[in-house]
Write a protein that binds this ligand. Structure first.
Ligand SMILES: Nc1nc2c(ncn2[C@@H]2O[C@H](COP(=O)(O)OP(=O)(O)OP(=O)(O)O)[C@@H](O)[C@H]2O)c(=O)[nH]1
Ligand SMILES: [Mg+2]
Length: 551
């Protein structure tokens, strides 16, 4: 697409910003794909492709299509303009089944005719057939590719398709009406009114004017004018002609010649196409301002994710495991031995808190309980609330797109949270240095108590406990001081250090909580926030691109 657009841009050189508008439509279409109505996006893509296709071809030629109901006199008008009996004119309807073309000035026309899909057997070139008497009149139409189309209201499906295809490709449209059917709702509703955006590339012809009594002609023309105004085609000229008698044909030829000469029809037509489809995209897309995701919403989402990941459970285990570990290291050794029999809370979670295991092992996460239905439901609720908040006020397609995006990756939730937790260092393994120091002191105190015990036992056995020769401290035997002091200080130290252990546990718990939540919020960002943001970005792109197109 880029290369054809490139070509289109180079070809649109007459100081117009049509190239920029086609690019704008292209940007909007890319951003709208999969978000706005598929058919509409498809139509916009067709307009872009068609514009790029047409602009790559002869800028010298103007494709003029003659369209209208069967029997309105399209082929007769075609013949009158070419001055030749090229198209079969018939009384049996419909007569024309395939479009035929007459080309004035063949240079560069071949590619254009091929693009239009007119086979050579349905082409006539006017240069070679000029009869000298009409040379001037015919030369006026230099650069015109005149197309005689089948009827648009045909019972033949092939006719509709051919007409719709070529009407879309033509630079200028000549609509032929006849006195019987000019007011047909079918023509106005299906073709004329929807072409309101294309009125600068349209001409309406009332044919068979010879069959209308002179005095009724003006009122019939006024009537048509009124109907066209109601269709939104107030700038479209209406010409009365008789293809059979040649009345008004010179005026019609002059009108076509004038438009072909200023070479604006091609870009005007494309411009009308681009604007029309851009307006429909804008209508579907809406223009409400976007709102950014609020921090509170994202925080609530992170919280729900953290709950579902089992962060509080892990944090609690880290805290308790640290407390137990430091407590055991610093406690009175006898209590430590007894405590060793009690289960370590980290074991239950299978947290590997060994000295060299600095991370939660993969097994660790699988032992954290699976998210409960309640937790999972909370995640869903928060995701929906976030999508609701951020899409409020936008048009339906965008509300749907945001909701779709918000849940598009939620099936990865379990695996991603597992991985996030497994990769997070919770810092629970290390025993602090002071605890080792306390442990040494504890053993020294215990040793003192044991020495005191043995000594006291010996003194008691020999009855020398209160002997003044026995070493004393403040009048009490040193042996007793060692025994009682060692025991009391050891137990006291153990108790005081429990407070310290609780503090370390809390700090490590907080640290683990922080790190785990950072990891989890990374997951919620990637699975929910980023996809939602992508939709909002697409919405903004569509809006600003369409603003550029529609000015
Ligand atoms: N009186 C009169 N008859 C006309 C005029 N133009 C066309 N006719 C006749 O109307 C009939 C239909 O003309 P065509 O030119 O074949 O009409 P068409 O729109 O090409 O019809 P299809 O090819 O079937 O869509 C023929 O009998 C023509 O002779 C006109 O200006 N005045
Ligand atoms: Mg015909």
């Amino acid at each position: 697409m880029t290369s054809t657009l490139e070509g289109a841009r180079q070809l649109v050189t007459r100081g117009t910003d049509l190239g920029a508008r086609i690019e704008g439509l292209d940007d909007a279409t890319q951003a709208a794909r999969g978000r706005l109505d598929d058919d509409l996006v498809g139509e916009a893509q067709e307009v872009i492709d068609r514009a790029a296709g047409r602009l790559r071809l002869s800028a010298r030629h103007t494709v003029v299509a003659i369209a209208g109901a069967t029997g309105s006199g399209k082929s007769s008008t075609f013949n009158a303009l070419t001055g030749l009996e090229l198209s079969a004119v018939g009384v049996r309807r419909p007569t024309t089944s395939w479009a035929s073309a007459c080309v004035w000035g063949t240079d560069g026309a071949d590619e254009l005719l091929e693009w239009l899909g007119i086979p050579p057997r349905h082409q006539t070139t006017r240069d070679s057939m000029l009869d000298s008497g009409r040379r001037n009149a015919q030369s006026d139409l230099d650069g015109v590719v005149l197309l005689d189309l089948p009827d648009h209201d045909s019972t033949e499906v092939a006719h509709h398709l051919e007409v719709d295809r070529l009407v879309a490709l033509a630079d200028l449209l000549v609509w032929v009406l006849d006195p019987q059917k000019y007011a047909d709702a079918a023509i106005h509703d299906r073709y004329l009114a929807p072409s309101a955006g294309h009125q600068d590339v349209m001409v309406v012809v009332l044919n068979h004017i010879d069959t209308v009594p002179e005095e009724r002609r003006q009122s019939m023309l006024d009537d048509i004018r009124r109907l066209l105004d109601a269709d939104g085609l107030d700038r479209v000229p209406v010409l009365a002609v008789s293809a059979r008698q040649g009345t008004g044909i010179d005026e019609l030829r002059a009108e076509i010649a004038r438009r072909a000469a200023d070479k604006q029809a091609t870009s005007a037509r494309i411009d009308a196409d681009v604007r029309a489809v851009a307006a429909r995209l804008a209508e579907e897309s809406g223009s409400a301002p976007t709102r950014a995701l609020s921090e509170g919403r994202v925080a609530a989402l992170d919280e729900a994710f953290a709950e579902a990941a089992g962060v509080p459970v892990v944090v609690d285990a880290v805290e308790r495991a640290t407390r137990a570990k430091v407590g055991r290291a610093t406690g009175w050794p006898i209590v430590g031995w007894l405590g060793g029999i009690r289960p370590d809370p980290s074991r239950r979670l299978d947290l590997d808190l060994g000295d060299d295991a600095r991370q939660l092992s993969g097994r660790a996460r699988s032992a954290v309980p699976e998210a409960t239905q309640v937790q999972r439901a909370r995640v869903d609720t928060e995701v929906r609330a976030l999508a609701d908040e951020v899409s409020a006020g936008l048009n339906r397609p965008w509300v749907d797109a945001v909701h779709r995006a918000s849940v598009s990756r939620l099936d990865e939730l379990g695996d991603r949270l597992d991985a996030a937790l497994a990769a997070t260092e919770v810092g629970a393994s290390r025993t602090p240095a002071w605890a080792w120091l306390v442990r040494v002191v504890q053993w020294l105190l215990l040793a003192a108590a044991v020495v005191g015990l043995v000594w006291t036992g010996g003194l008691l056995g020999t009855g020398k406990l209160s002997d003044p020769d026995t070493p004393q401290v403040a009048g009490v035997a040193l042996a007793l001081v060692l025994l009682v002091g060692g025991l009391v200080l050891g137990i006291l130290l153990g108790l005081v250090c429990r407070l310290g252990a609780a503090g370390v546990g809390r700090r490590r718990g907080e640290l683990a909580d922080q790190r785990l939540r950072t990891a989890v919020s990374e997951v919620s960002r990637e699975l929910v926030v980023v996809p939602v943001d992508a939709e909002l970005t697409a919405y903004t792109s569509v809006r600003s691109a369409l603003d550029r197109v529609l000015g």
